[in-house]
Ligand binder design. Structure first.
Ligand SMILES: Nc1ncnc2c1ncn2[C@@H]1O[C@H](COP(=O)(O)OP(=O)(O)OP(=O)(O)O)[C@@H](O)[C@H]1O
Ligand SMILES: [Mg+2]
Length: 345
């Protein structure tokens, strides 16, 4: 009988152990020993498990044989893990069986979803509150003041535009995430993509008094990719360089020579977007591609940014099996480098 119990425990793909009527741990599989401690067999479960919620559940099951769910938290010195523990009687074997299901990732995904919804709501509420305020003012105090009315309508147009951009970016992000596992198939020329992005952004650069410089080398970089999405990547990077760059400064767009890339372990091409603006503090760098993360909150909002641009960029680059690298020094400027596999080699 004991062998059957051991065989069953060893066959379970999770930490599992059995407790007998004498409140002792009768058997445990290797994963349970790793989780709770070596040599736990034969010991009293209360001294080994030590978490009141779980202990109470086990005691209750021992008392009335009704199955229960409980929780167990562990920390291996590096990270916390949360287990959902099922506690049930196995009548034939005369034991209470505990199975530990690791639900850490499920919990984290839930937390991320809640954070995301909270962020979206907050981002939408700000312009919405402004719109509602101005509608109120236009109905009341500014009713007969034509000059004020025009000014307010301008602001309202700006706020509505911000909401529109936000919704557009959210849709774009969810589309990009959906497609992330589908390999792109078009043949595209990076030079053409960049030229077309630069053309679109030239008016913005003029407005911000920034010179766009391009250095495309001589070997045209052809690769398999999604043209529209790559346009989106470079539009965001170059737009950022212009928006957050230095008035009167320069934004340089460089294409490297296609070569074997150590980061990809394959042939790849590097595209650099460099500005000579204020740069980004080191502590922000690892978080830049998070949704809604802004290094310079005030400036980004003032410029109408949604904080979703680099999140979209990251997903598109992942889909292309590429890499994004950011180097920046305060006061000197930033360089965003995209590495894309060219398929060969
Ligand atoms: N070249 C840059 N120089 C300095 N800061 C930058 C640069 N590029 C990005 N950032 C910082 O990174 C943040 C995130 O950029 P991201 O493109 O994701 O959002 P955004 O530009 O604020 O909004 P969106 O692109 O959605 O309009 C920006 O808010 C800005 O603070
Ligand atoms: Mg941006």
């Amino acid at each position: 009988m004991d062998q059957t119990l051991n065989d069953v425990l060893n066959a379970l793909p999770m930490p599992a152990l059995a407790i007998d009527g004498a409140e002792r741990i009768k058997a445990a599989n290797a994963a349970a020993r790793t989780l709770i401690g070596q040599g736990i067999e034969g010991r009293n479960f209360v001294t080994m498990l030590r978490q009141p919620q779980l202990i109470q559940s086990i005691e209750a099951v021992l008392r009335d044989s009704t199955p229960r769910m409980s929780e167990y938290l562990s920390n291996d010195g590096v990270q916390d893990t949360t287990f959902q523990v099922s506690v049930r009687v196995v009548p034939d074997l005369n034991v209470v069986l505990l199975c530990f299901l690791d639900i850490t990732q499920v919990q984290q995904a839930g937390q991320m979803r809640r954070d995301f919804v909270a962020n979206v709501s907050h981002e939408l509420r700000t312009p919405l509150t402004a719109l509602m305020g101005f509608i109120e003012t236009l109905r009341g105090a500014a009713r007969d003041d034509a000059a004020a009315r025009d000014r307010f309508l301008d602001i309202m147009e700006g706020e509505a535009g911000r909401m529109n951009r936000l919704v557009g970016d959210l849709l774009s992000l969810s589309r990009v995430e959906d497609e992330e596992r589908v390999r792109p198939r078009e043949k595209v020329l990076i030079d053409d993509i960049l030229l077309s992005v630069i053309r679109t952004l030239t008016p913005l650069a003029k407005e911000m008094e920034i010179t766009l410089k391009e250095d495309f080398g001589d070997a045209p970089a052809e690769l398999v990719g999604d043209g529209d999405q790559l346009m989106q990547v470079f539009t965001n990077l170059i737009e950022n360089a212009i928006k957050y760059g230095r008035k009167g400064g320069t934004v340089e767009i460089r294409i490297g020579k296609p070569e074997r890339d150590p980061a990809l372990r394959a042939m790849g091409v590097r595209i650099h977007v460099a500005d000579d603006g204020p740069g980004i503090g080191e502590k922000h760098l690892p978080r830049l591609t998070e949704r809604f993360y802004r290094a310079d909150n005030h400036r980004s909002r003032a410029l109408g940014g949604t904080g979703l641009g680099l999140a979209i960029v990251k997903h598109i680059i992942n889909r292309h099996r590429g890499r994004l690298r950011v180097e920046s020094e305060l006061g000197k400027g930033s360089v965003f480098t995209v590495v894309l596999p060219t398929g060969a080699g």
